[in-house]
Structure formats: C-alpha cells, structure tokens
Design a protein around this ligand. Structure first.
Ligand SMILES: NC(=O)c1ccc[n+]([C@@H]2O[C@H](COP(=O)([O-])OP(=O)(O)OC[C@H]3O[C@@H](n4cnc5c(N)ncnc54)[C@H](O)[C@@H]3O)[C@@H](O)[C@H]2O)c1
Length: 335
C-alpha cells in the first residue's frame, strides 16, 4: 500500500514514516519545511534502509498534490501538516485557519479528484477544552479554549460532513494527548524552530545549556504535587497507533474520532525528575505564576483505541526521557 504523509518531516510524521516503512508500506512524504529540517529525510532513509520519496510542497497547492497522489498511486493519506502553537494561534488566527483548515480542505479536494477515500487526521486533545469530567472520552463535549484547538475542531467537523456525504470515505481523527520522546536511534526527534512550546524539548534545551532555565507555570494547582499534569505518550507508541488506525480504516467506512493517549497523568515535576535521571543532570527551574489558559490536569480515556484499533501505549516516561535526551545529545554533537 502507498501512503502519503503530509508534514512527513515533522516530529510525529517522521516517526510514523519509520514504523510504516518497517511494516512494508510504501511511504511518500510532503512537507513545506516551515517547522522541520531537510536533514530529517536522509535520516529516515538511513534508519529504514528504504527509499522514501520527498516533495517540498505546501498542501494548499491542490494541483501539485493531485500530481503527487497520481504519480505514486497513493491509497491512503495521513495528514500531519499543521501549525501547532497555541500561543501563536491567538496572535495569528488567520494564519492558523488558513493553514490548518484551508490546508485540510485543499488536501481533501485533491484526494477526491484522485478517488482516494482513506484518511487519517492529526487531531488533538485541545478539542475538548475545560474538562467536565476526566478522563476525557470521545463523547466529552467539544469546546476548545484557543484558536489552535478551534482549527482542529473545525477540521474534524469538515471531515465528519465529508464522511456523511459519501459512503466511500473512511476517516479516523486521532486526538493526540502529549507526544514526547524520540526514535531509539537518536537520529530523529522533536526539532522545533525557535523556542520550544512543549515541555520535553524545552527541558532538553535547558539540559544542553541552550536555554538558561525552565519556567514552571504554577506549583499551586490542586494536583499531586501542585504542578500541571498531562498525559505524555511516547511518539513511537503514537506512530504505531497510526498503523493500527490505517488497518482499521481499510475495513471500516465512516468517521471515527479516537483518543491516542496512555490514560496516565504525569506532573511537570515527575517529568523533570525522570529526565534528570536520563541526562544525569539537574534542571534549573523557576516557578512563575499560573499561565492563563492552562488547565491543571487532563488525561485520556484510551478504551476506544483499545477496542477499535487493538492498540495501547507500551512505553513509559523513562523511555520518553532517555530517547529525547539521546536525540538532543546527538544534535549537540552535530553542531
Ligand atoms: N506535538 C504535539 O504536541 C501535538 C499534539 C496534538 C496534535 N498535534 C498535531 O499533530 C500534527 C503533527 O504535529 P508535530 O508535533 O509533528 O508538528 P511538527 O511541526 O513537527 O510537524 C508538522 C509538519 O508539517 C509541516 N507543515 C505545516 N504546514 C504545512 C503546509 N501548509 N504544507 C506542508 N507542510 C506543512 C511542517 O513543516 C512540519 O514539518 C500537527 O497537525 C499538530 O497540530 C501535535
């Protein structure tokens, strides 16, 4: 089977490309490199020992997408390409709607023009908003608190309408919790441009001396140690979740929103402690006041993924920290 990955050189796309290639899928990558580096492509071919065609392309370029879908006789698309900064989405909403919603429409149009109806979408736990109960299950009300989350929800709504309009469509919207970690080779990992928005790459950059200290936004929440709790999931588990979802949509038509999380919440301090063990260092931290828009705690109900996809996360927090640090140390060596 030939699978097109949009945003295929990004953090989650690149790890999924590895797992797909190892399981015998033919992978084609497109990315406009707005948040990734071209070197990742060579590293993907090095890890897998397989050729992986790559096209530098913006997914809003529908006619170019059609050409690629035809050239490689693509059977299914996994759509990772998107902008993901919650903070930037509030200052640049048009950029986010254009890229995340407009980009998804362009891709669906190209697929329809080529009679391709199997689609996996990178959605996010941010679609849920303030927890009315926890763990979040897929029936939890969808009230995103920021523009980024709204772009993901709008894309999901479009996908649901598209699936209703034509019974050939088979679509999974995978709602990721907090991806972290890296491939065991240390050759690919999370490589944000500029100051990282996510905790793990931020901690990595403090440990390597690139950033002076880690801000802890609030240590007085009603959580196990006062810091925020999240459901961190190893990016390799997440990648395997995509392969399971691909198998599922090969056999089932319709629209399926599915959480990909571990069901376990972990505090900022717990993550730092585990990371300090991996890197054998002390992370310098400064406690700041709470940041507006941050939730104290959330985590996934992972039952639907288990039932429908026969998938669950297997790797633990320590292995996320070990692999993230290995990737960061490799980066420092190659500077
Ligand atoms: N990492 C997370 O914490 C997280 C959580 C939930 C959901 N997601 C979603 O998962 C997807 C992948 O996330 P990631 O962490 O790998 O992010 P990433 O930024 O590492 O990867 C996204 C890739 O898409 C590319 N891209 C963006 N806009 C594009 C466009 N218009 N055309 C072509 N390429 C484009 C970027 O260059 C980048 O390589 C995103 O849609 C993101 O919103 C991520």
């Amino acid at each position: 089977m030939n699978i097109l990955l949009t945003g295929g050189l990004g953090f989650i796309g690149s790890h999924t490309a590895v797992v797909l290639a190892e399981q015998g899928y033919q992978v084609v990558l497109v990315d406009n490199l707005c948040n990734s580096e071209i070197e990742t492509h060579a590293n993907l071919e090095l890890i897998t020992g397989k050729e992986m065609p790559f096209h530098e392309l913006d997914i809003r370029h529908t006619t170019a997408l059609v050409r690629i879908l035809k050239e490689y006789q693509v059977d299914a698309v996994i759509h990772f390409a998107g902008l993901k900064s919650v903070a930037e989405s509030s200052t640049e909403p048009l950029k986010y709607y254009d890229n995340n919603v407009g980009g998804t429409i362009s891709l669906l149009e190209a697929m329809k023009a080529c009679d391709i109806y199997h689609f996996i979408f990178s959605s996010s736990a941010t679609v849920y908003g303030v927890p009315q109960y926890l763990p979040y299950d897929e029936d939890h009300p969808l009230v995103p608190m920021n523009t980024y989350g709204k772009t993901k929800l709008q894309a999901e709504e479009i996908l649901q309408d598209v699936a209703r309009s034509d019974s050939r469509w088979s679509i999974a919207a995978l709602r990721y919790f907090n991806p972290a970690g890296a491939h065991e080779s240390g050759l690919i990992g999370e490589l944000p441009k500029g100051v990282p928005n996510n905790l793990m790459p931020y901690v990595c950059q403090v440990a390597s001396g690139k950033l002076p200290y880690l801000n802890i936004f609030g240590d007085d929440y009603d959580t196990k140690d006062g810091t925020g709790e999240r459901d961190y999931i190893h990016v390799m588990d997440l990648a395997e979740g995509h392969v399971a979802a691909l198998r599922f949509i090969e056999k089932n038509i319709g629209f399926y929103p599915i959480n990909l999380g571990t069901g376990i919440s972990c505090s900022v301090y717990e993550l730092i402690n585990a990371f300090e063990k991996s890197a054998n260092c002390t992370i310098v931290k400064k406690v700041q006041s709470r940041r507006s828009g941050d939730l104290p705690i959330y985590f996934a109900c992972a039952d639907k993924a288990k039932d429908l996809l026969a998938w669950h996360a297997k790797r633990d927090l320590q292995s996320m920290c070990d692999s993230s640090w290995k990737f960061q140390a490799n980066l420092a060596k190659n500077l």
